[in-house]
Ligand binder design. Structure first.
Ligand SMILES: O=C(O)CCC(=O)C(=O)O
Length: 309
């Protein structure tokens, strides 16, 4: 087991938390009333039930596994751009993002993410995705509804997974729009797992104890990491490093979980993220980030760690 020495602390609480844990959980909430208002509007755009999905015959007639996520021109949040100040201008968020990424940070991507409850996923689909590590349901969702990302759980991964050859110069900001408890597909984070830098998905993880995991870097080293389950009220917000392992279990509640997910990047100059990255003992970028998909984007690897958490 590699004993990584504690990183020297650099001042700002968000930078210190990134150095130590690869994540920072905001104590203040973003405005819960604004969150509830936005949530009501999002919920009014569609029924979060079986009607989201193609039939099995429709899907099989032309399976599309890629290009099924929100993108410019098909992203529900574009409709609410002028309503996002409660997150994007919240002083504590701006302050932490500035400390980590520099004052001129850039939003790479923002979208609505939905944890789909079991009751909404058609039986044929549940059967087909059982045991897959990444259950992003975009492929099975009717094209008109692909302006949101829908998950039925996703195994522990790094957000670097979508950015081959890009250094980990960005972070994820995640906001709950309603209270999220243990049944609502809360985020599971593995604290300190950013320290190996980029590693290839699916990750080498072994459960060891009630809330601990042993994480291997694929090159012979391993570290012990503690899982943190992010439950919280409406307006709860957290950020994590692009190499911090995180995932969700399938939504076990009788209703959908709806969140906002941002990727935010450093644009120029040195910032706290560079202090953090200087402490990593692994690659900052990867030529290949995942080996779980076939050429058509379909899962070829089975297995899931977070569902055993
Ligand atoms: O919202 C979820 O269920 C998973 C989100 C996530 O891990 C991601 O978007 O990277």
């Amino acid at each position: 087991m590699t004993a990584l020495s504690p990183a020297p602390l650099a001042g700002h609480p968000a930078v210190n938390d990134f150095l130590e844990h690869g994540t920072h959980i905001f104590a203040p909430l973003v405005d819960p009333v604004a969150a509830a208002d936005l949530l009501a509007e999002i919920r009014a755009t569609r029924a979060f039930d079986h009607s989201l999905f193609l039939s099995e015959a429709e899907f099989d007639a032309d399976p599309q596994y890629t290009g099924v996520n929100p993108r410019p021109g098909r992203n529900l949040l574009e409709r609410y751009e002028d309503r996002l100040g409660f997150v994007e201008q919240a002083p504590h968020i701006v302050d932490a993002l500035g400390a980590l990424l520099g004052a001129d940070y850039e939003i790479l991507n923002r979208k609505v993410v939905c944890g789909v409850p079991q009751s909404a996923v058609p039986a044929w689909l549940r059967r087909r995705i059982l045991g897959n590590p990444v259950n992003n349901l975009g492929a099975y969702v009717r094209p008109d509804y692909r302006d949101i990302t829908y998950f039925y759980g996703i195994d522990f991964h790094q957000d670097l997974i979508d950015y081959r050859d890009r250094p980990a110069d960005f972070l994820t900001l995640y906001v709950y729009l309603h209270p999220v408890g243990p049944q609502d597909a809360p985020l599971f984070l593995l604290e300190g797992s950013h320290r190996f830098g980029g590693t290839v998905f699916p990750h080498d993880l072994r459960r060891d104890g009630a809330e601990e995991w042993v994480y291997g870097d694929g090159a012979g080293r391993s570290l012990r990491t503690r899982q943190k389950v992010l439950t919280g009220p409406a307006g709860f917000a957290a950020i994590w490093h692009a190499c911090t392992l995180h995932g969700t279990q399938p939504d076990a509640a009788d209703h959908e979980r709806i969140s906002l997910r941002y990727l935010v990047a450093r644009r120029s100059g040195r910032a706290g993220i560079d202090e953090v990255n200087a402490q990593l003992s692994g690659p900052l970028a990867l030529p290949q980030t995942r080996v779980d998909l076939g050429a058509d984007g379909q899962a070829v690897v089975r297995g899931n760690h977070v569902n055993m958490a």
